[in-house]
Write a protein that binds this ligand. Sequence first.
Ligand code: ADP
Length: 446
Amino acid sequence: MYIAMVSAECAPIAKAGGLGDFVQGLARELSLRGHQVEVFLPKYDCLRFDRISDMAKVHRDLLVPYYDQWVSCDVEYGEVDGLKCYFIDEHARESFFRRGKIYGEPDDSHRFAFFCRAVLEFMLKSGQHPDVIHCHDWQTGLVPVLLYEVYQGLGLTQPRACYTLHNMGHQGVVGESVLHQVGLNPARLMIMERLLDPADHRAANLMKGGIVFSNFVTTVSPRYAWEIEYTEQGMGLQGLLQHYDGKFGGVLNGIDYSVWNPEFDSHLPAPYGPATLPQKALNKQALRQRLGLEDAVKPIIAVVSRLDRQKGVELIRRAIYFALESGCQFVLLGSAPEPAVNDRFWGIKRELESSPDAHLELGYDEELSHLIYGGADMILIPSVYEPCGLTQMIAMKYGMVPIVRRVGGLADTVFDANYSDKPFEERNGYLFDELTESAMEAAMAR
Ligand code: ADP
């Protein structure tokens, strides 16, 4: 099959979280299985250009409709570890993709809506007709809508749309002007059966558009599929998912062991695997040295996470002190998009500056994340909700023990050492249910 992935992220060149790992891993796996796979991304100025080979312009002056005018784009092609990638390089006055970051701009909805229209315009003009267009999250929710409302009529009749929900916490609830921008008809679409947001009747919901117009909708774990269809975790779209139950399912995420593998991870000073596990101690030593922790006979508990409220930031804060009180060391690598949360963690970092047992690294650091997986003993993931979660899977591949809340994909991948109906050899971590300090502390204590 010819499969086009349209996404806001793809590791290692444009990654903000698990979506980047997902697109990279799935695209590579599908290619290995013999499919023709291409990834479509915005040409952000913050792409890791050093990881892209043979970048070249393949289409000049693509005119993409924008309100009642056009914006000219070039399309570039390059390969990332053998993966075929196309990049939309726009020349808009607003410089949509020259912002030094992937997300977090006030006009994100306009930036990604433009991207959706540009990708389809390119497919039409270049005669590339994939069998499946696979889109992800709200940023590309307009692709299925535009495909069926506009581009099928223009001749793009081959593709079917698959849409994956990675996080219901971000649905792209936007003003009607976004529809005007991409040439869609609000009068047709701003109704409950199509894009109208269930809570805000003046707004369009781009994720809803993706669900309604796609041929199949997936999410990243079976448990999260159930949670978002039948509980508040659907965040307003549970009724819609029930309506479309026949074209909706959960598929458990995985990680790419050619990227995440301690046996040949170039970021680790001492590679190791199941047969050479004691080598992990050398990485632990290197991690301590790098972060200024004391070389003591203590386990290291780690958190590697976006410090978003979804990730249980209040519990993470408490866990730092509980770990120290319990004779452990604690390492946190996290970036907080919300200034209040960021300030809070900077406060803790300053308070623990002189501690020989704790280090907080506030920011995004891919290389350090590998060293933490390689050197730490346990990973803590006390999420409020977790569509799948990749960090527990990465951690387990690196011989760490996960301590997690029993939600979403965490419940599908971590099985409690003491309380599980799984056979002993399949139990791999510690779980807790309640979103409370005492429940988390009990699991950590075990
Ligand atoms: P989410 O997609 O919700 O952020 P996942 O667990 O699915 O969570 O994926 C997180 C990915 O992002 C993992 O690869 C993890 O190592 C990485 N990551 C998260 N925070 C950081 C950070 N501050 N620095 C480096 N990598 C990070």
